[in-house]
Design a protein around this ligand. Structure first.
Ligand code: SF4
Length: 371
């Protein structure tokens, strides 16, 4: 069996059947073979480097009702907040002075003119305050193409919009089947983001109730077919105040969800060697060394949480989210030590653009000049 796995790992592109076969491995030895190969691929393609994205959870107000999410509109137990501009600028200042190179602004999904203006204003203010030395990723949900364009023009570089699962039937088991949560809107938004010129990121949950290895293989193939630039994915972790919690008995055991999370990162690195892959906090929730293990499986991005500590408890998409009470400055020092201890280097003061994106832009320019 290990010989078969070794042979499969020589390939740069795997078919769906091959991905399912690789995702099915159970022995520690075979899992280690896959993770080691992914680390080798990471080293040769993007280096043993880790890029930082300071995460600002701007607001937990959300108009949607995804069945898995702790801050869904229908959860009346959540105390809603929106950070002031001053608070956001203070987080951005911290990230800038600590040399993070990059920020992620994440919110629950809101819409309308006032929200579009709000994000645009923040982008302008952050760039003004930091000499445009921070690259900014937005994760603010589905928006009209026009709004994406405005935010791009105001200086957002990257956009993360997770598909959560590419199996449409499963998608409607974890989202209401209505206009506000339509699968087609999600796909259209991803296409619009690409058209607008963003580095586009997406991602999925791993180990959802009813999800199969075939579904996960399809997710990996979806990333490839969309030619995605970055991925943030992690194990599904239940939240007690959500409708999906009723299906908790169907879940794979947490260690299995964790292993599949690592395998998904490794297989993604093997198949899309130049993209950026985040080591999610969900990994850290299931295993205290989850972040390091994610990096050693092929991830190259971590997102230290800069949200003011007093607000973090109100931004729990799932239960037991880690670092709810850690001061960001303390986390940075610790993180640097932790990353060095596993033979990786944090790239301070660098934007950490997706090499996959930069290559596509260069290839397009070359093709254009050749015409
Ligand atoms: S997953 Fe996102 S869009 Fe869905 S309810 Fe949670 S914050 Fe809102």
């Amino acid at each position: 069996m290990s010989q078969r796995i070794t042979a499969l790992l020589e390939k740069h592109h795997h078919s769906k059947d091959e991905l399912v076969e690789l995702l099915s491995v159970q022995s520690d030895q075979e899992i280690a073979l896959i993770l080691d190969k992914a680390l080798q691929k990471k080293a040769s393609a993007v280096g043993r480097k880790v890029y930082l994205r300071g995460l600002i959870e701007l607001s937990n107000i959300c108009s949607k009702n995804c069945y898995y999410c702790g801050i869904r509109a229908g959860n009346k137990n959540v105390e809603r907040y929106t950070l002031s501009d001053e608070e956001v600028l203070s987080c951005a200042d911290f990230a800038w002075k600590q040399g993070f190179g990059s920020l992620v602004i994440q919110t629950g999904e809101q819409s309308g003119q006032a929200f579009a203006d709000h994000i645009e204003r923040l982008l302008n203010k952050i760039h003004e305050q930091t000499n445009s030395e921070l690259t900014i990723t937005l994760s603010c949900g589905e928006q009209p193409e026009e709004v994406y364009r405005r935010w791009k023009q105001a200086g957002a570089d990257r956009y993360l919009l997770r598909i959560e699962t590419t199996n449409k039937e499963l998608y409607y088991k974890i989202h209401p089947n209505d206009k506000n949560h339509a699968w087609e809107n999600r796909i259209e938004s991803l296409e619009n983001l690409r058209k607008t010129g963003f580095q586009v990121g997406t991602g999925v949950m791993i180990g959802l109730p009813g999800q199969t290895l075939e579904d996960l293989a399809d997710d990996l193939i979806f990333f490839r077919s969309l030619d995605i630039d970055m991925v943030g994915m992690g194990p599904y972790i239940e939240h007690a105040e959500t409708p999906l919690f009723a299906n908790v008995h169907e879940l794979w055991p947490a260690p299995e969800r964790f292993r599949k999370g690592l395998l998904m990162i490794a297989l993604l690195r093997l198949n899309m060697s130049l993209i950026n892959i985040a080591a999610s906090t969900a990994l850290e929730t299931l295993d205290p060394l989850g972040r390091q293990k994610g990096i050693l499986a092929g991830a190259n991005v971590v997102m230290p949480n800069l949200t003011p500590v007093s607000n973090r408890k109100n931004y729990q998409l799932y239960n037991n989210k880690p670092n709810l009470d850690k001061d960001a400055s303390l986390s940075t020092v610790t993180l640097n030590q932790v990353i060095s201890s596993i033979g990786e280097t944090i790239c301070f003061n660098q934007p950490g653009d997706s090499k996959h994106f930069l290559k596509r832009v260069a290839d397009n320019q070359e093709n254009f000049s050749a015409k």
